[in-house]
Structure formats: structure tokens, C-alpha cells
Design a protein around this ligand. Structure first.
Ligand code: CAA
Length: 440
């Protein structure tokens, strides 16, 4: 069997921009630095009145199929990952297939369609499903279309409001892929958690501070589990490390945790020993609290070292370029991080062929997953075709009053009557106001 992985990717960003510095911070009476420096965000991509998870997913998928010259007959399965679904029975993939059938001559009657749910990690789980389907030889030469689409909106006044976002990532999974090959080895960290829930409600109930701790705990377990089936990880092995990015400040914490773990017992730790000492070991302490204090002190020192800063600038920072301007896309977020890093590599003329990525996915509820990817020769062509910069530049910049209106439109509990801010150009939009309306 040839290698299996992501052959191509297309992104659709919500068509409105909520500027956190100019618009949101003054309205919240907060210093803009809380968002830009603390959370690491400058803006979010917000869905226009006539956009939803279906139109965004269909637009990303159409862009992908169009660019790759694909017809419905070339696609054997369509998996949608989302945590913003509006239908508990019929999967979002059927709605998206319905949209695509309006523009292609063929149809998707032959294709296996589904919907994956496990908060943000379900985008990566859908990639796994596609990978397994191809590796099992059930694909009959066809490709899988994986679409991660979400409107990551929070109730007004919720601490998560600053991290909102909306967008879709469509990925084509094939044998002998152009973009990245997926490793068969995976590591998991999974536990029943209740810090982030959407039980039949539109906006999540979140214990934000706890959610950060749960993310870090599950990610550490996943890294250890990955090492138990693959090999010990080392920072120099990976050119980039894309993490699930609810906001870049979260990744800053995850990166520190990952780095500390990866340098343990390595020559990097030896080199740093004279500068900041060795990492505390639990067996050296009488109680866990003292140990945790020592770990915190070590991390404070580690953060300031040239070794850590250089690694962070090279391996992590480029994964955040897009997220800073679009916010959280839930299921699509880690896939945006991968695209962001490879886009930076292309801009900086870095040869990525055969380079490794360590990919850290996460979903509340909670589960983290770690796997590696190898960049393929065709990556420049695939990443060069992304039009995300143009999309972001074309967004309509909403005022705070317009933000209040459009947030109400997406809050299905409220009756509203507002027109879209943008004019559609050869794309799918909602023809009415509700999720069950037609998309044209
Ligand atoms: N200048 C510089 N930095 C500032 C600042 C200023 N003027 N004011 C505040 N900050 C810093 C704070 O020190 C803090 O940084 P550290 O965490 O490094 O200490 C950062 O800005 C954020 O400030 P607060 O902690 O005060 O912010 P908050 O409490 O209002 O909100 C949050 C933070 C609770 C995480 C909130 O954004 C939230 O609830 N988000 C939604 C949940 C979420 O995204 N959780 C992430 C893990 S779960 C997950 O990943 C799944 C998912 O997609 C949701």
C-alpha cells in the first residue's frame, strides 16, 4: 500500500471581521493587549448573516474540488466534523453534498457520508476514519473528502467571546498524497470531563480556566502515549508543531509543556543545566505541591532561555499566523495551524519536503491526540494555491453595533431581520434565515 495522507486543502473563512483591538476591546472596556498579548488574537472571522456551517463547508469543498479538477465520482466518502450541528439525525455532510450537486453534473449517491462529533478533535478523527478506510482497501480508488466546519460562537458576555471565530477547512485524503503523509502511530489522552459542554444548546457552557488545565493534562498524556508506540520525541525532530489553537496563548502554554517534556534527559537539558539547573523530578520532593512549585519556577526560567525562544520562534510561532486573525474554528483549528506553518515555510523559501510535523489535536470533553506527518514533495503547489490572505483582506469589518446584530442573527433563539453585509460571488449562501432554509 502506498502512503496515505492529505493530498490537498482549501479554507473558507467567515466573511466578516471583528477587530478585537479597534472594535471589541473598547466596547468591553479592556486593554487591547489583553487580546493581542494575553490571548494572542487580533481579530476573529465572523459568519455573515447568510453563512452557516453548511455554506462554509460547501464553499471550502467546492474550492478544493474545483482546483483539483475533481467530479463527484472521484469522491467515495464525505465526512463532516463539527460541534455546531443543527440536526441530530441527518448529517451535515448530506446538506453539503446537496449544495455541491447543484454545481456538478454528477452526484454523490455512491458516497458514504457521515458526521463526527468529539468537540474540536473530531476534525482529526475524521482524517483518521478516511485514513483507515483507504488503508483497509475499501475506497475503490476514490478519495475521501473531510470537512471541518464550525461557527465557534459564545454567549455575549462569556469570557470565550474574545476567542470566537467561524470557518471551514476541506481536506482531500488519498493514497500517495501531495501534501502530507500521516503516520500510523498515534497517542491519546482521554477522560470524561465537563469543563466545556453544549447539551442541546447553541452556545457552550464553559469553565474557561479549567478548560485550559484539562487541555494541558490530556495533551501531556497523549504525548507520553505517542512515545510509547513510536519513539521518544525531541524538539529537533520536528520542523513545525501545529496544535489545536482555541487562541494562540493556549498554544504558548502547550508548547512550553511539550518542550519541557521533550528535552528531559536530552543533551538540550544538559546544555541548559548550568544556566537554569535540571528539571525537578517528582522523586526529589516530599509532596506534590512543592514539586509543582519547582516545576513552575523551572518553566519560568526555561521560557527566558535562548534555546527555548529560538525553538518557539521556529517551530510554533508560524503555526499561529492565521489563527491570530481568525480566532477559534473548533474542528478546523489544528488544520488551519498546519496550513499556516506550511504557508510561512513557502513565504520564507524553506524546503519542507520530507520534514516532519508533530500534530497535537484536542477536543473538550476531553481528548488529545498526537501523531506525526511527513511533508510530501507536492506541498508547494498545494500551499501556494491557498487564497486565505485574499479572503481575510476582503472581509467586511463590522462595527460593535453590527456585531451585536449579527451575533443575534446567529443566536437562533432570537427573532431578527438583518440583511447580509457582504455580496456573494459564485458561492453558496443561505437563502433564508434559519438552518433548514435552502442554500443557493
Ligand atoms: N496585557 C497583557 N496581557 C494581559 C492583559 C494585558 N493588559 N490582560 C490580561 N492579560 C493576559 C492574562 O495574564 C492571561 O495570560 P496568561 O493566561 O498567560 O496568564 C491572558 O491575557 C488572558 O487573560 P484572562 O485569563 O484574564 O482572560 P479571561 O479569563 O477573560 O479569558 C479564557 C481566558 C478563560 C481562556 C477565555 O478566553 C475562555 O473561556 N475561552 C474559551 C474556552 C477555551 O478556549 N479554552 C481553551 C482550552 S479548551 C479548548 O481548547 C477547546 C476549545 O476549542 C474551546
Amino acid at each position: 500500500m502506498n502512503s496515505v495522507g492529505i493530498d490537498a486543502v482549501a479554507i473558507h473563512a467567515g466573511k466578516l471581521k471583528l477587530d478585537l483591538v479597534e472594535t471589541f476591546a473598547p466596547a468591553m472596556d479592556e486593554a487591547p493587549e489583553k487580546y493581542t498579548k494575553g490571548l494572542g488574537l487580533h481579530a476573529s472571522s465572523f459568519p455573515d448573516v447568510d453563512e452557516d456551517i453548511v455554506t462554509m463547508g460547501a464553499n471550502a469543498a467546492h474550492r478544493l474540488m474545483d482546483r483539483k479538477g475533481l467530479e463527484p465520482d472521484d469522491i467515495g466518502r464525505i465526512d463532516v466534523a463539527t460541534e455546531s450541528a443543527f440536526d441530530n439525525s441527518k448529517p451535515v455532510s448530506t446538506y453539503i453534498a446537496g449544495c455541491l450537486e447543484q454545481v456538478y453534473e454528477g452526484d454523490f449517491h455512491h458516497a458514504n457520508k457521515g458526521e463526527r462529533k468529539f468537540a474540536c478533535i473530531s476534525g482529526t478523527q475524521s482524517l483518521d476514519d478516511a485514513y483507515n478506510w483507504i488503508r483497509a482497501g475499501r475506497h475503490r480508488g476514490r478519495a475521501a473528502l473531510v470537512i471541518a466546519t464550525d461557527t465557534a460562537l459564545y454567549a455575549r458576555g462569556d469570557a470565550g467571546e474574545a476567542t470566537q471565530g467561524a470557518g471551514a477547512v476541506a481536506m482531500l485524503v488519498t493514497e500517495d498524497p501531495n501534501l502530507v503523509e500521516l503516520s500510523p502511530e498515534q497517542g491519546f489522552g482521554s477522560a470524561d470531563e465537563t469543563d466545556f459542554l453544549k447539551p442541546n444548546q447553541q452556545f457552550p457552557s464553559v469553565d474557561g480556566k479549567r478548560s485550559v488545565q484539562v487541555y494541558l493534562a490530556r495533551m501531556r498524556e497523549a504525548l507520553e502515549d505517542y512515545e510509547s508506540v513510536a519513539e521518544p520525541t525531541h524538539p529537533d525532530q520536528f520542523r513545525y508543531i501545529p496544535f489545536h489553537t482555541p487562541f494562540p496563548g493556549m498554544v504558548r502554554k502547550a508548547a512550553m509543556l511539550g518542550y519541557r517534556h521533550m528535552i528531559r534527559d536530552s543533551s538540550i537539558e544538559d546544555d541548559l543545566a548550568s544556566e537554569i539547573g535540571r528539571q525537578p523530578r517528582i522523586e526529589e520532593f516530599d509532596d506534590e505541591e512543592q514539586f509543582m512549585d519547582a516545576v513552575r519556577d523551572y518553566m519560568d526560567d526555561l521560557k527566558e532561555t535562548e534555546a527555548y525562544r529560538g525553538w518557539y520562534e521556529g517551530a510554533i510561532e508560524p503555526t499561529l499566523d492565521i489563527a491570530r486573525h481568525v480566532g477559534n474554528w473548533y474542528t478546523g483549528s489544528v488544520h488551519v495551524a498546519r496550513a499556516s506553518a506550511l504557508k510561512r515555510a513557502l513565504e520564507d523559501d524553506i524546503d519542507m519536503t520530507n520534514e516532519k510535523l508533530l500534530v497535537g489535536s484536542y477536543g473538550s470533553g476531553a481528548q488529545a491526540e498526537i501523531h506525526t506527518e511527513t511533508v510530501r514533495e507536492g506541498w508547494t503547489e498545494e500551499i501556494g494555491a491557498l487564497d486565505i490572505d485574499d479572503q481575510l483582506a476582503a472581509r467586511y469589518d463590522i462595527s460593535y453595533e453590527e456585531y451585536e446584530q449579527v451575533h443575534d442573527v446567529h443566536n437562533h433563539d432570537k427573532e431578527t431581520d438583518f440583511e447580509a453585509f457582504t455580496t456573494p460571488e459564485s458561492e453558496f449562501v443561505l437563502s433564508g434565515r434559519g438552518p433548514m432554509d435552502e442554500r443557493v
